[in-house]
Design a protein around this ligand. Structure first.
Ligand SMILES: [Zn+2]
Length: 235
């Protein structure tokens, strides 16, 4: 969890750098405290963080680079709002990449990797038990990123990380199930296959898991609501 050091008496507001502004906004986007389409006003952010507009602009630029934020000429910055077409494309790309990655992970995983994955599931459960859906969502995304790390394919892992960031926005817009996101059963089964070194099974499980997630998107409804920026950032 990223904490703002704004109130640190030894080094006041200057410690809040563009990176921290970006990290705080990114966390709020991933945890669905900031809905797609929300206006990210430079003045408001600069006031909330106690930093200059130059710092805010640099932070927003870096989020735009990660495609989490869209900067529109003369209108300012907004939380990105992936289109229906992009939503389908992102999940199709994940269905292409991630099953192979899960296969490689199963062939490479060390006992330590399995412990990390199991801990991930525990953290996810704790977040769900605490009714913190946003945190649960972010952790379930990180579970997928962790598998690509274990697979040790840096280039593909980079793609997957970007796709998961987009997925987070897509889920905020188009998710239609009441239940927790990545159903823990699917993640459990994956960890089991990876622990057994069963590449074929891990590949199949990841594929059906992603098809299942894809089918849970309602590609008509887009009614995400956002609270105020101040509230969403927990400042
Ligand atoms: Zn999942």
């Amino acid at each position: 969890m990223i904490k703002l050091s704004q109130t640190d008496p030894r080094s006041p507001k200057t410690t809040v750098t563009a990176d921290k502004v970006a990290a705080s906004l990114s966390l709020a986007i991933h945890e669905h405290r900031l809905a797609p389409g929300t206006k990210l006003g430079e003045d408001e952010i600069s006031e909330l963080f106690g930093v200059s507009r130059t710092v805010v602009r640099a932070g927003l630029q870096s989020l735009a680079h990660q495609q989490l934020v869209e900067i529109q000429r003369n209108r300012g910055a907004f939380v990105a709002q992936p289109s229906l077409r992009e939503a389908r494309e992102v999940f199709e790309a994940r269905e292409l990449l991630e099953p192979r990655t899960a296969r490689s992970a199963a062939l490479r995983a060390t006992p330590q990797d399995i412990t990390i994955l199991e801990q991930h599931i525990k953290d996810e459960h704790a977040a769900i038990a605490a009714a913190d859906q946003g945190r649960a969502l972010r952790l379930s995304g990180q579970f997928h990123i962790e598998i690509s790390r274990i697979a040790d394919q840096t280039t593909i892992a980079g793609f997957i990380e970007a796709l998961i960031a987009r997925s987070s926005l897509i889920i905020a817009l188009y998710w239609r199930r009441e239940s927790a996101l990545c159903e823990s059963f699917a993640h459990h089964a994956l960890v089991e296959a990876i622990a057994q070194g069963d590449g074929q099974k891990a590949q199949e499980l990841m594929h059906s898991h992603l098809v299942d997630l894809h089918s849970a998107l309602d590609l008509r409804d887009r009614t995400a609501q956002s609270r105020s920026l101040k509230d969403a950032l927990r400042l």
